[in-house]
Design a protein. Structure first.
Length: 619
RNA sequence: GCCGGUGUAGCUCAGCGGUAGAGCAACUGAUUCGUAAUCAGUAGGUCGUCGGUUCAAGUCCGACCAUCGGCUCCA
């Protein structure tokens, strides 16, 4: 068994020292560094002062630090543009160079109110009303101050004018509520040293290099077509090939884990969504209904009602439980214009959805099985570091106390038995049941929530699901929803960014590309292609007629794991000269050796070919 | 949906009132070549869409669509 499938404990927290490919500079997060916190806090004040100097009509609101910098929200009659950032930045440098002191002053509520009123800053007044004593403000030089709890640097001389940058302007709502005034937010980043700033920018570049939208075009994996509409994904042959491999692996793992697979319709009579309750609490995320004959149909935003109907299609016995049904179900959800994002946020996507119907005393065992399967599937894509969250009963919820307690205890016990660290989000569960969410960490330290396990006391109730218990009575089963990838599209995007497009051998859409050096060897290349294809290896011959250097360049740009150079020497000896994307030139091997190792790699879902010792062929 | 940016050939971009340009890719020809770009030629765009201003609009204005960075929301 390959090492990557061994069980590994989940890490309880995100690591900020994430592997930043080739870098040794540590970038502390704000929450890890008192000095950075001061710097960023003060930077936002400096920025606000600069903005008010350049835009006197701009009113200040709030300006907190973030993990990599800071922002400040303004209410300004004139819109800020990216070009304005340059001027603001220059003004900030001027302020920094004046080495202005930042002084903490504790004031009475009345004095704070008087000072704010003198400046006509209505947002500050609102903030004041919401805070408790002691009320503090920080001055910045003689003319500027802001209501703030601190802490700050002693004077702006402690701020490094070479270690900050203003990054973007964005809209934001006062207090985060879209019913409130629209404010303008300026984001900045600030560090102790110019080197840290450079490293931060290098990481941003790295994220850009890994962007799945970029790679989707470059590697010809998928596209989103204007003509068809936003948020609808077209899987190109290469992307579709990968998706099929992912799905095949997923199906295999599910059958092995005791699941059966379902196929259910994409639309259904709208009454189904009335029964399920989605029409009441989910309709704003649903596509509108469509009229068919005398009935109204609804495109599905979720698969669960279909699985529930399948359950209810006949009488169930307690002996049948647990029932585990999974489906790669494509759902459509209405997303507001402006929120779509590559594969990460779309309007049509496929969930790897499953529902487990079980007895109350089976909860723990079923959750544990799901955790095991989740780990097996995620680690196959090299996601081995998790952050787990358990969400408990919210105030507004349905169901009996005893059921909630039993279910929550079941989730806790499963996590304990799995040995996974987790945090508890008290009251963060859905109204219909507690849940476990799992985030995965990618190669550059970002966390992504994909998997979710939710208990549901609502749907079995609404659809009056039953089973016949041992004593002949009718009982209600427990229902568990779970998804591991969450959305196949989104997972594909995350995975693409995680690998930066350098997919492991088993997953690569094109595994081996044969590069004929001259026209004379094309027939041999074709013959070899036949052998590779017959052995289930995804291969092609590059017939562009370019010179070898170009063929290799093109192959490398397409991130093909194995390039096989075929010249006269190779054709004579039935061999290939292999070049691996990961390990470079591997030297010559008999064709049979390539076949054998590629087949083995596919079978083992290996990241790369493993070849026996180099064989010298030819002259 | 909201704020700001962007939309010119398949891709990356230049042109910013006066009859559309480059590099790469594609195609054709020559070259038959040994580990990240051989040379030459050809073709390709109603400049996102619709409307307006103007003698004249990729170029100015408006609306819409898409997209990028955010907000809100979320798989």
């Amino acid at each position: 068994m390959p090492q990557r499938r061994l069980p590994m404990p989940a890490s309880a927290s995100a690591s900020s020292t994430a592997p930043a490919a080739g870098s040794t500079i540590h970038l502390p997060r704000t929450s890890e560094s008192e000095q950075l916190l001061r710097i960023r806090h003060s930077m936002s004040h400096v920025m606000a002062m600069a903005v008010q100097k350049l835009f006197p009509r701009a009113q200040v609101t709030i300006g907190p630090w973030t993990e990599t910098g800071f922002y400040y929200d303004f209410d300004s009659p004139e819109p800020f543009t990216e070009a304005d950032l340059k001027a603001i930045r220059k003004e900030m440098i001027r302020i920094i160079n004046r080495k202005l002191p930042l002084e903490r002053i504790e004031v009475s509520r009345a004095e704070a109110e008087a000072r704010i009123k003198a400046q006509n800053e209505p947002y500050k007044l609102e903030i004041l009303a919401g805070i408790t004593e002691p009320i503090t403000l920080y001055t910045l030089g003689e003319d500027w101050w802001d209501l703030c709890a601190g802490p700050h640097v002693a004077h702006t001389g402690e701020l490094n004018p070479q270690a900050f940058e203003l990054e973007s302007v964005a809209g934001a709502y006062w207090r985060g509520d879209e019913k409130n005034a629209q404010l303008q937010r300026i984001y900045g980043t600030a560090w102790e040293t110019a080197e840290q700033l450079a490293e931060h920018q290098r990481r941003k570049q790295e994220a850009l290099r890994r962007d799945h939208r970029r790679l989707g075009v470059d590697l010809d994996l998928f596209s989103i077509e204007d003509e068809a509409g936003a948020g609808l994904v077209f899987w190109h042959p290469r992307g579709a090939r990968m998706r099929l491999l992912i799905e095949d692996f997923w199906r295999q793992a599910h059958f092995a884990a005791g699941y059966e697979l379902l196929y259910t319709p994409h639309v259904a009579d709208i009454s189904l969504w009335q029964t399920s309750g989605h029409l009441d609490f989910y309709s704003e995320s649903m596509f509108g209904p469509m009229q068919v004959d005398e009935r109204q149909f609804q495109l599905k935003p979720m698969n669960c009602p279909f699985h529930v109907l399948t359950y209810a299609s006949r009488l169930r016995s307690y002996r049948e439980l647990p029932i585990r049904w999974a489906e790669l179900g494509t759902v459509y959800r209405y997303e507001r214009p402006g929120v779509m994002h590559g594969l990460m946020r779309v309007r049509g996507f496929t969930q790897d959805d499953a529902h487990v119907f079980c007895l109350p005393d089976q909860i723990t065992a079923e959750i544990l099985r799901i955790l095991d399967l989740t780990e097996e599937i995620l680690s196959a894509f090299d996601f081995r570091s998790y952050e787990i969250n358990l969400s408990t009963r919210p105030e507004k919820s349905i169901g009996e106390d005893a059921v909630w307690e039993l279910a929550t205890a079941g989730l806790v016990e499963a996590l304990e038995r799995k040995g996974w660290a987790y945090t508890i989000d008290e009251g963060g569960g859905a109204f219909y049941g507690p849940k476990i969410d799992l985030k995965i960490e990618d190669a550059i330290g970002r966390m992504w929530q994909c998997s979710t396990i939710q208990l549901d006391f609502n749907l079995p109730e609404r659809f009056e699901l039953e089973y016949v218990a041992a004593d002949g009575s009718r009982q209600r089963p427990i229902m568990i929803h779970r998804a591991i990838f969450g959305s196949l599209e989104r997972f594909f995007g995350i995975m693409t960014e995680n690998y930066a497009g350098d997919f492991p051998f088993w997953l690569a859409p094109e595994q081996v590309r044969l590069l004929p050096v001259t026209d004379e060897v094309r027939p041999f290349a074709e013959e070899m292609l036949g052998q590779l294809s017959a052995a289930g290896i995804r291969a092609s011959v590059d017939h562009s007629g370019d010179r070898l250097g170009k063929l290799i360049r093109t192959g490398e740009q397409m991130k093909i794991p194995v390039l096989a150079v075929i010249g006269a020497r190779e054709a004579e000896t039935a061999s290939v000269s292999l070049r691996s994307r990961r390990d470079g030139d591997l030297g010559s091997r008999p064709v049979a050796a390539l076949l054998e190792s590629a087949q083995r790699a596919n079978r083992d879902r290996a990241p790369a070919l493993e070849l026996a010792g180099r064989v010298e062929v030819g002259a």
